[in-house]
Ligand binder design. Sequence first.
Ligand SMILES: NC(=O)C1=CN([C@@H]2O[C@H](COP(=O)(O)OP(=O)(O)OC[C@H]3O[C@@H](n4cnc5c(N)ncnc54)[C@H](OP(=O)(O)O)[C@@H]3O)[C@@H](O)[C@H]2O)C=CC1
Ligand SMILES: CC(=O)N[C@@H](CCC(=O)OP(=O)(O)O)C(=O)O
Length: 304
Amino acid sequence: MAATIFIDGEAGTTGLQIREKLEGRSGIELVSISAEARKDPAAKRKVYEDVDVVILCLPDEAAKEAAKLVDALGDRAPRVIDASSAHRVAPGWTYGFPELAAGQGEAVAKARKVTNPGCHATGAIALLRPLTQAGLLPANARVSIGSVSGYSGGGKSMIEAYESGKAPAFELYALGLEHKHLPEIELYSGLSERPIFVPSVGNFRQGMLVSIPLHLEALPGKPTLADIKAAYDGHYRGQAHFKAFADAGNARIEPESLNGTNDIEIHVFANESRRHAVVVAKFDNLGKGASGAAVQNLMLMLGR
Ligand SMILES: NC(=O)C1=CN([C@@H]2O[C@H](COP(=O)(O)OP(=O)(O)OC[C@H]3O[C@@H](n4cnc5c(N)ncnc54)[C@H](OP(=O)(O)O)[C@@H]3O)[C@@H](O)[C@H]2O)C=CC1
Ligand SMILES: CC(=O)N[C@@H](CCC(=O)OP(=O)(O)O)C(=O)O
C-alpha cells in the first residue's frame, strides 16, 4: 500500500521542491489541501489524521502550532518531518542528519518526529563532527565558521528581493552573532565552546559553501592535510551522499556545482608549509540543506 504524505506549506520554496522530488515516486501518495483551507487548523487536523507522514515546510511559529496539532492527535498522530528551525534542539525530536554518527540513520528510520537540520548547520556539522570525533579537534577548540548561501535560503521574501533587484549583491548578516543555527551546531558538532558563525548571502539563487579555517600546529597531534582528509573518509565511508577531497594544489571553489543534488563535497585546502588549512563543505542549500534532506529522511522512515 502507498504511504500517504501531506506537505504542510507545499506552496513555499521548500515545500514545492519536496513535492517535485516525491511526485511520480512509486509507493508514495501525495495528499493536498485546498488553498483556502491551508491555514485553517480544523481542516489541517482532518488531513493530519488521515496521512502516514506530515512534512512541515512552514515558518517556525506555524510549525510549532502544527506540532501541537500532531501531539493532540495521540494514537492517530502521523509521523512528522519538520523542515523549520522550531524543533532542532527540542526534546523528543530526532535530528534528521543520518550521516551525523553511527546509528543516526537507524534513529531517523524509527523516529516519529524528525527535525531537518538547517542549511548552514548541515555544512558546519558535516565539517566539525568528524574532526571532534576523531580527536583531531579538541572539544574546547575555539572555532570560527563562515558560510555563503544563495538567496533562495531566505525563502519567498528574499527571493523576491533579489529577483526584483532590491537586494545587495552580497552581504554578511547575523552579525549580532546569534544566528538561529548556532544551537544545533553547538549540540551536534562535538564542541563545548560556542563557535563564532558569520553567514553571508550573495546574488546567486542556489548553492552553499561553509568554511572553517584550521591552524594545524594548534591541533592535537599536529595533523597533516592527509590526516584531516582521512578523518572525513573514515567518518563518511559507505555514505552515498558524501565525498571528501584533498585540494593541496587548488585555491578556488564555487558554490553551485552540486545544485539539484542531495550530495555534499568536503574539501580540505591546505598550505602545508605554513601549517594552515581550510575545510569547506559544498552543497545545495535547497538540496541536502532542505528538500533533499527531507526526502532522504522520509525514505529512511518508510524503510525504502
Ligand atoms: N529556503 C531554505 O533554504 C530553507 C528553508 N527552511 C525552512 O523551511 C521552512 C519553510 O521555508 P521556505 O520554504 O523557504 O519558506 P517560504 O516563505 O518560501 O514558504 C513558506 C510557506 O508556508 C506558508 N504558510 C505560512 N504559514 C502557514 C500556515 N499556518 N499554514 C500553512 N501554510 C503556511 C506560506 O504561505 P504564505 O506565503 O501565503 O504565508 C508559504 O507558502 C522555514 O521554516 C524555513 O526556515 C529550511 C531549510 C532551508
Ligand atoms: C540566506 C538565508 O537567509 N538563510 C537562512 C537559513 C536557511 C535555512 O536553513 O533555514 P532554516 O534554518 O530556517 O531551516 C538564514 O540564515 O536564516
